[in-house]
Design a binder for this molecule. Structure first.
Ligand code: GAL
Length: 338
């Protein structure tokens, strides 16, 4: 009898342990960087290279919906692993831990072979900002063809954060290449597109038009010839911070942070913000976005831990950013509470 009770308790313990290891975000608000992350329906979150928008009490997480099957792009010499473009997925949350699947908000266009958002194309790093004048949610993303030679930025709009976005167009901002990108909206409502340009050697920062649908001719070149990508940008205490990765495809490398007094630069490079085991490889992940937690002076660094041979199983590494004055660090944590 005693041993039966013991075995039941042991079984229960094992189940709880197994459950805890696949649930990075429990109702208690605990995040386990790099663990499998399930949505409120118990499905794996599929929102890679993503960004988060806060709107009216709700956080919306937009990201690349990777397809089930990863393959090497035919005829491409480098390590070009990819899946068919599955569009942009959206999840919503009030606590940044428990996420409800809102669906694919930008559907791939399966009907038109030459569409920018046909599944044979690349749709990466979607970011959404809200335009308070037009009352539209504006999404920008990296659009490419199967060998990443097209190098354009795409734009889509929607009247609601979780409705179906309408793809408008893609293009090279001011005639310049655009791959990894992010958006940043400043306190004065002006918004900016940050993108890896000049064949990924130099970051460009372009001011957007007032409706956020176009880039203006007002742009600067930063990190010239330094080959940085995966930009994530935020503002704190009147200063602008950017975190980038080096350019080694899906493979991890060392992150770098930089700071500026003006959103368009010049940025001063400060070094690697990551600390702890595998900090020189960004904890085997790559930057995508920084979430300012509404109503606080706290910021979450979002990284992707890519699994290049099975991209859909890539994990999310979310860590709090630590500040000492104006100096930021991102120490590794096995788990942490919001
Ligand atoms: C990385 C980039 C990813 C993806 C990948 C393709 O450098 O950050 O977003 O484009 O290359 O190999």
């Amino acid at each position: 009898m005693k041993s039966m009770k013991y075995s039941v308790i042991k079984q229960l313990g094992m189940w709880l342990f197994a459950l805890a290891s696949v649930l990075p975000a429990l109702a208690t608000g605990v995040i386990v960087p790099g663990a499998e992350w399930l949505d409120n329906d118990g499905m794996f979150i599929n929102a890679h290279g993503g960004g988060v928008l806060y709107h009216e009490g709700v956080y919306y997480w937009y990201g690349e919906a990777k397809g089930d099957y990863t393959y090497r792009s035919p005829g491409v010499g480098w390590d070009c692993y990819r899946t068919d473009a599955g569009g942009v997925a959206c999840y919503s949350s009030r606590d940044l831990c428990n996420w409800k699947y809102e669906g694919i908000v930008l559907e791939p266009d399966t009907l038109h072979t030459f569409s920018d958002i046909h599944p044979t194309m690349v749709i990466e790093r979607p970011k959404v900002i809200y335009n308070a004048t037009t009352h539209q949610f504006v999404m920008w993303m990296h659009i490419d063809n199967h060998n990443y030679e097209k190098a354009v930025a795409g734009v889509a709009v929607c009247d609601t954060p979780n409705g179906k976005f309408r793809f408008i167009e893609s293009g090279r901002p001011n005639g310049q290449m655009s791959r990894d990108m992010t958006l940043f909206k400043d306190d004065d409502q002006k918004a900016y597109l940050f993108y890896s340009s000049e064949n990924n050697t130099t970051i460009h920062i372009a001011m957007l038009s007032d409706d956020y649908r176009h880039v203006t001719s007002n742009y600067t070149r930063q990190f010239i010839g330094e080959s940085r990508e995966a930009p994530a940008v935020f503002k704190r205490g009147g200063k602008y911070y950017i975190i980038t990765s080096g350019c080694t495809g899906w493979d991890p490398n060392e992150a770098e942070w930089a700071v500026a007094d003006n959103v368009m630069g010049p940025y001063t490079t400060m070094g690697n913000p990551c600390q702890g085991l595998h900090a020189d490889k960004t904890f085997y992940s790559q930057s995508t976005f920084v979430i300012p937690i509404e109503g606080t002076d706290k910021y979450i660094m979002m990284f992707d831990r890519w699994n290049k041979k099975d991209l859909i199983t890539s994990r999310y590494v979310w860590l709090p950013i630590h500040f000492d004055g104006d100096t930021m660090t991102i120490p590794w944590l096995d788990s942490w509470a919001l």
